[in-house]
Design a protein around this ligand. Structure first.
Ligand code: HEC
Ligand code: HEC
Ligand code: HEC
Ligand code: HEC
Ligand code: HEC
Length: 288
């Protein structure tokens, strides 16, 4: 049989095999990159919303808090999108003739909700829950970015499995005091901006972070300042701490000063009873 094909065709066959192999590899690499590309993950894309709602104007400009509109974020798996009524609290009085707001007025008149396009949308086979993340010290900005600077909403992160796991394998690097959850500008403690934390330890074992009290004002500098935390003129802090009566700090607490994320993360991991990275990365955590 060997005579039918001469030596040169043998070389040709080998060359074409190698070529096919290369093409397959190249395709694989391209697909892999595509998988993570913003085009597939929707990262950064602005949707054509019925109303060009600006988080920048309403959060940074007007100082509204996230929970004013996303009311269920601390107590359910969904953060929720506000009903038209929430907009009408103000827009029944201001910008009442603006064409931009016509869909809001129509929705109010007809009772049909505004057809907002979903920006973040995990597949149905993934379990996600806002409540646990928020109550265990993961801030909105850790997952959604600087929402207070977004004229139009977009998805900051990939929301792919690898992104979730990257945090679940080492949650400590992202844990913050629960009083800073809504602080969009939070970037962890530093020498210039230390954080003091203490625990009452009263409700030990309860899976909330409520027994931990943290402050960005030196507690040894005494009562008056700490007591007025909620009234700081600085907009970001007012946002971060209001709705947090826990900031009225018991005088008996023993505070420890933290000047870096690593040590704060270790402390909070323990205090918040965060599960081990192994447990948090096991398939059943997110695929039930
Ligand atoms: C005045 C009401 C209001 C406030 C305050 C507000 N939001 Fe929103 N938010 C909305 C509306 C309306 C939408 C839906 C339209 C859109 O996507 O822009 C939305 C959408 C979002 C989405 C995307 C939802 C999706 O479709 O995936 C995120 C994330 C979000 N908001 C986070 C925040 C955070 C974080 C804060 C606080 C810093 C905040 N919002 C404050 C009204 C508000
Ligand atoms: C607390 C009052 C308040 C609430 C609640 C509120 N708005 Fe506004 N909104 C304002 C004010 C004030 C302006 C004018 C802002 C400016 O020009 O700086 C405004 C402006 C706007 C504009 C014009 C474009 C812009 O951002 O400047 C749109 C569109 C808008 N709002 C949509 C909404 C929608 C949709 C909701 C409900 C999800 C809503 N607003 C809830 C007070 C509010
Ligand atoms: C651990 C990451 C993470 C944190 C922290 C987080 N989110 Fe989300 N958020 C998500 C993911 C993932 C989705 C998409 C959920 C889905 O598709 O089921 C989402 C969706 C949303 C939505 C769309 C509506 C909904 O409920 O699905 C809003 C609004 C929102 N987040 C607001 C917030 C606010 C406000 C905070 C802070 C109080 C916050 N998120 C904290 C990851 C996070
Ligand atoms: C920035 C850090 C961070 C990111 C990003 C993150 N998580 Fe988490 N996740 C946590 C922490 C912290 C906990 C709480 C762990 C504990 O209490 O033991 C948690 C807990 C969970 C739980 C357990 C809920 C329960 O009730 O048992 C699920 C499910 C979960 N995350 C899903 C996800 C998914 C899905 C994503 C990606 C879309 C994601 N997480 C992204 C930090 C994160
Ligand atoms: C922290 C949460 C989390 C854990 C833990 C997790 N996954 Fe996922 N997984 C996700 C998310 C989120 C997606 C959706 C990714 C997307 O939409 O691109 C996903 C998607 C998948 C898919 C669909 C294919 C793909 O890659 O998009 C498979 C298969 C899968 N996971 C298997 C597993 C297995 C097996 C484990 C255990 C070794 C595991 N997952 C653990 C969050 C998780």
């Amino acid at each position: 049989m060997a005579q039918i094909f001469d030596r040169s065709s043998n070389a040709l066959a080998r060359a074409s095999l190698v070529l096919t192999g290369l093409i397959v590899i190249a395709l694989g690499v391209t697909l892999d990159q595509l998988q993570g590309s913003p085009w597939v993950t929707k990262q950064g894309q602005r949707a054509e919303q019925p109303v060009p709602f600006s988080h920048k104007h309403h959060v940074m400009g007007l100082g509204l808090q996230c929970q004013y509109c996303h009311t269920s974020v601390e107590k359910s798996s969904y953060a929720g999108i506000p009903p038209t009524k929430t907009c009408m609290n103000c827009h029944a009085q201001i910008w009442t003739n603006a064409a931009l707001l016509q869909p809001v007025r129509t929705s109010w008149a007809t009772g049909d909700s505004i057809p907002w396009i979903k920006i973040h949308d995990l597949p149905d086979f993934v379990y996600f829950n806002h409540e646990i993340h928020v109550n265990k010290g993961i801030g909105c900005s850790s997952c959604h970015g600087r929402v207070d600077m977004m004229p139009l909403m977009y998805q900051q992160n990939t929301l792919q499995m690898e992104w979730c796991l990257n945090c679940h394998r080492d949650p400590g690097k992202n844990l913050r005091p629960t009083s800073e959850i809504y602080n969009m500008a939070w970037d962890g403690p530093s020498r210039d901006k230390p954080v003091w934390c203490g625990s009452t330890g009263l409700k030990d074992g309860v899976p909330t972070a409520q027994t931990v009290s943290c402050t960005t004002v030196d507690p040894s500098q005494a009562g008056a300042q700490v007591a007025s935390l909620n009234m700081l003129p600085d907009g970001v802090h007012a946002q971060a701490t209001s709705d947090a009566p826990a900031m009225a700090i018991p005088a008996t607490l023993q505070y420890v000063k933290y000047t870096d994320q690593e040590s704060l993360g270790k402390y909070l991991t323990q205090q918040y009873h965060i599960r081990t990275p192994q447990e948090l990365s096991s398939c059943e955590t997110c695929h039930r």
